[in-house]
Design a protein. Structure first.
Lengths: 101, 99
C-alpha cells in the first residue's frame, strides 16, 4: 500500500469529505510525525505502536575510498515499536496471507 | 510528553478546518487502515515518512532471562519500520537533550 492508495481508502470510508481534504489530512499527519521525531518528541498511538529516537553513540568510522579514519558524532535514528494489537493482528493472519507490496 | 491521536486530530482541526469529529475520525482511520493493510500481508510505504515492512521469522530457541529456562520462541510474522531518507536526515540533525 502506498500513500496514494491509503488516501483513496480513507476517502472511500469518508465519502462526505473531498478527496483533496483527505489528501491534505494524510500529508498533515505525516508532516506532524516527521516534525515530532525531528524535535525529539515521542509518538504513542494505542494499539498501533510508538515511535521514538534511539541514540547511536559517537564512533570512529572510515572513509571507504581513502581508508582514512574519521570521527563520527553521536546521532539519532527513528525507531518504531509495534503495539500489542498490531503485533497480534499481523501474526494471527500470517498463515492466511502472503507478504506483498 | 508523547504525541497521541488527540494531538493529530487537533492539528487537522487547526490547520485544515476539519470539524473535531471529522478530524478525530480521519486520524483513527489513518492508523486503522495501515493496520488492516499489514494484517492482509501488505507492506505499507508512506513516501516522505518510511516503510512498514513484514517479516516471517522462523522459530528459534529462546531463554527466560529471569530464570535462565530454555523456551522456544515460536515462528511469527512481525512488523518492522524503516524510516525514509527525508525523515532520517531530519532526525540525524537533532542534537538531542541529554536525558
Amino acid at each position: 500500500m502506498t500513500k496514494s492508495e491509503l488516501i483513496e481508502a480513507l476517502a472511500r470510508q469518508q465519502p462526505h469529505l473531498a478527496i483533496k481534504d483527505v489528501e491534505l489530512a494524510v500529508k498533515c499527519i505525516i508532516e506532524k510525525m516527521n516534525h515530532a521525531l525531528s524535535t525529539g518528541d515521542r509518538i504513542e498511538i494505542r494499539g498501533f505502536g510508538s515511535f521514538s529516537l534511539h541514540m547511536r553513540p559517537p564512533r570512529m568510522g572510515r572513509n571507504p575510498k581513502t581508508g582514512e579514519s574519521v570521527a563520527l558524532a553521536k546521532k539519532y535514528v527513528p525507531h518504531f515499536k509495534p503495539g500489542k494489537e498490531l503485533r497480534d493482528r499481523v501474526d494471527s493472519s500470517a498463515d492466511k496471507y502472503e507478504i506483498t507490496g | 510528553m508523547a504525541l497521541t491521536k488527540a494531538d493529530f486530530a487537533e492539528k487537522l482541526f487547526e490547520e485544515l478546518g476539519l470539524n473535531k469529529r471529522e478530524a478525530k475520525d480521519i486520524v483513527e482511520l489513518f492508523f486503522e487502515e495501515i493496520k488492516t493493510a499489514l494484517e492482509r500481508g501488505e507492506q505499507v510505504k508512506l513516501s516522505g515518512f518510511g516503510k512498514f515492512e513484514l517479516r516471517d521469522k522462523n522459530s528459534r530457541p529462546g531463554r527466560n532471562p529471569k530464570t535462565g529456562e530454555e523456551i522456544p520462541i515460536t515462528a511469527r510474522r512481525v512488523v518492522t519500520f524503516r524510516s525514509g531518507q527525508k525523515l532520517k536526515a531530519r532526525v540525524e540533525a537533532y542534537a538531542g537533550t541529554e536525558s
